[in-house]
Design a protein around this ligand. Structure first.
Ligand SMILES: *Cc1c(COP(=O)(O)O)cnc(C)c1O
Length: 219
């Protein structure tokens, strides 16, 4: 598919330099993942462990690997954690504790983002905005996990009136937590926006966006 390369180049030229474009690789083939990396993408976002292994066998360390999907506690095993450079979807203390324990055995520290349910949608994962500060403080006390920012999906819908305020609130939360200067917490990444919403997310302060169909094509 020649258009994958074109999509990557167009989006990379369109977004500001400080914005990291994460290719959301849900259910794409390893070959498609390789194509986005060869076209200039540096971070792959994966929802599924098995897909990650397959894609890594082809792409290897030419990209960084972020987990962006729903992480269940039984997924948090040594071999799984070893696949990822960062986990964007941490949304409970118990999950963070489990990552902490396993990473202690691996002898490494896992960078994580806290997933915020900015749309307050009951079916979505993520901590509610008002509970995020407390969660960051608790996770900050774990030795083998480092909080490096926030991630949010935001409500999907036809109108930016729906998701813009959610991005704005998440940005304010990000800045608020940054000003708290919690030891060992570094508010570095604000990951918001998908194919349909990334432009608005960047206007509202995202420095990381996660784009799937906009890069790989619509299926
Ligand atoms: C699938 C997915 C994306 C990308 O969505 P697109 O609409 O394909 O751009 C971003 N973030 C997460 C967590 C996803 O699961």
């Amino acid at each position: 598919m020649p258009e994958i390369g074109e999509n990557v180049r167009r989006i990379l030229s369109e977004v500001p330099d400080y914005v990291e474009v994460v290719a959301a690789a849900k259910a794409r083939t390893a070959d498609e993942v390789l194509q986005v990396v060869e076209a200039g993408i540096r971070v792959i976002g994966e929802n599924y462990i098995r897909d990650t292994r397959v894609a890594q066998s082809l792409v290897g360390q030419r990209a960084q690997w972020h987990f962006i999907g729903r992480l269940r506690e039984h997924d948090v095993r040594l071999a799984t954690l070893d696949l990822f450079d960062l986990i964007q979807s941490v949304s409970s203390i118990s999950l963070a504790q489990r990552i902490d324990e396993k990473c202690s055995a691996l002898g490494r520290r896992m960078p994580v983002l806290i997933e915020v349910n900015s749309g307050r949608e009951p079916q979505k994962t993520g901590v509610l905005p008002e509970a995020a500060e407390d969660m960051v403080r608790q996770i900050a006390s774990l030795d083998n996990v480092q909080v490096l920012g926030l991630m949010t999906m935001g409500p999907l819908g036809p109108s930016q009136d729906l998701y813009r305020p959610c991005f704005e609130e998440t940005r304010q939360l990000f800045i608020h937590i940054e000003t708290l200067a919690i030891p060992r917490v570094a508010m570095r990444h604000l990951s918001m926006g998908t194919s349909d919403t990334y432009r608005v997310a960047i206007e509202e302060g995202a420095n990381m966006v996660r784009i799937g169909s906009g890069l790989f094509g619509v299926r």
